[in-house]
Design a binder for this molecule. Sequence first.
Ligand code: SF4
Length: 78
Amino acid sequence: MGRPCPMTDACPFFEKEVPGNSRAVDILRRRYCQPGGAGCARKLVRDTLGKEFVPDDMFPNDDLWAQAILEAQFRKRA
Ligand code: SF4
């Protein structure tokens, strides 16, 4: 079944960008942060490059932004 994201209780996106418990926040948390959730763009960047590369305002579904960050860093390191 898997585990929830380890950042669930301290994710800057929820703490700074969308604080509170609106219905939209609840949907995002259930879709991305719970066991078996969809792939999170924030988590992908964090796991690949480190938390300092994750913009606070990146949405969990912002796959294109995550891809651009990863590609830019890989180009720099090539
Ligand atoms: S938004 Fe992404 S990084 Fe933040 S807690 Fe949810 S799954 Fe983890």
